[in-house]
Design a protein around this ligand. Structure first.
Ligand code: ATP
Length: 334
């Protein structure tokens, strides 16, 4: 696993959980989503009703799970966590829904990966707080309606476009999470360093933030790798040099690109002459699933102006050639 997608070990997860901000106030950045969300929550508190269903979209590690926890905390209700891939049968969903308590927040990560029958059950549950439990098979099958307590669904997806229209339409509010600026990531890091009792100077923070790929989860992860490096090398205060030496070791480059990011650009340049090439062909060339390339690597590469999307496929933009040490081909970019 790369530094971007990895970190499934229990210890890493525990630290990640400890670093999560607990309320909207401590949640760094995402000003627009935060302001809109706080209005939605405030209004439903005033009405004494459970909050509208919320859809959060954006690349992994930008804070979707954290926001769902904050929503539950701000509404003072319990939180249930599940995910699309964990719900393969409508029955799995019915079991979860029927055990929710009044006002509970149900967080469904990767909601676009739910099975079709479960998805259809969810439509009705979201709209009417009711599900039909089908008993029996074939001609003798009957649907038994089951009333549900009002609840708030928080769905997370790496791309809102992956969701079928009817599902998307049933969310009262959609928040699109953006990559964080280097300054915002410095704030995330300062807070985490405080919690982990680490000494890092300003230059050290900006070196780590600059390599964090616009993503708080990666920022926190890099901070822990730098901490390990400093410990082993007997360094008390982490500065830019220590941070940079540590992160070079983990193959995170100055622009924050990790192995997958670089593999995508390199394949694009060396195997397809810079493109255009179709996304699925490109994914095969780097040995990854199309969805991973599209939702994990591509958004950041596009934002950084390294990769372009054209009607005929993906292309490597001039800065990508330069960044990987290739001469920009004459004539291609004017
Ligand atoms: P995934 O979709 O992969 O589950 P996610 O978008 O749900 O990712 P989170 O698990 O919420 O991401 O966040 C990852 C880590 O980043 C958490 O440990 C959290 O502490 C930190 N984090 C995320 N957003 C913020 C933020 N705005 N301010 C401070 N820390 C944040």
């Amino acid at each position: 696993p790369s530094i971007v997608t990895g970190g499934e070990e229990p210890e890493e997860r525990a630290i990640e959980a400890a670093l999560r901000p607990k309320n909207l106030h401590d949640f760094v950045g995402q000003h627009r989503v935060r302001k809109q969300l706080s209005l939605v929550l405030e209004a439903s508190r005033m009405r004494g009703r459970s909050a509208d269903h919320v859809l959060l979209s954006g690349p992994p590690g930008l804070g979707k799970t954290t926001l769902s926890m904050i929503i539950a905390a701000e509404m003072n209700v319990p939180l249930r966590i599940s995910s699309g891939p964990a719900i393969q049968h409508a029955g799995d969903l019915a079991a979860i829904l029927s055990s929710l308590s009044e006002g509970e927040v149900l967080f469904l990560d990767e909601i676009h990966r739910m099975s079709r029958p479960a998805e259809e059950m969810l439509y009705m549950a979201m709209e009417d707080f009711r599900v039909d439990i089908v008993v029996g098979k074939g001609a003798g099958a009957t649907a038994i309606p089951l009333e549900l307590p009002p609840f708030t669904l928080v769905g997370a997806t790496t791309r809102a476009g992956l969701l079928p229209g009817p599902l998307r339409d049933r969310f009262g509010f959609t928040g699109h999470l953006e990559f964080y600026s280097v300054e915002e990531l410095e704030l995330v890091l300062r807070r985490s360093a405080g919690l982990l009792d680490l000494k890092v100077n300003s230059a050290g923070f900006s070196e780590i933030a600059g390599r964090s790929r616009g993503t708080p989860r990666i920022a926190n992860r890099l901070l822990r790798r730098v901490r390990d490096w400093a410990l082993v090398h007997g360094i008390e205060q982490i500065d830019a040099r220590a941070a940079s030496a540590a992160l070079d070791m983990y193959e995170v480059d100055k622009r924050g690109l990790d192995r997958l990011d670089r593999a995508v650009l390199e394949a694009l340049i060396t195997k397809f002459g810079g493109g255009p090439v179709g996304l699925s062909t490109l994914a095969i060339a780097v040995g990854e699933e199309t969805e991973t390339v599209e939702t994990v690597a591509e958004p950041y590469l596009v934002r950084e102006g390294l990769l372009g999307r054209t009607p005929r496929g993906r292309i490597a933009l001039a800065p990508a050639w330069t960044h990987l040490g290739f001469a920009v081909p004459a004539g291609v970019f004017g």
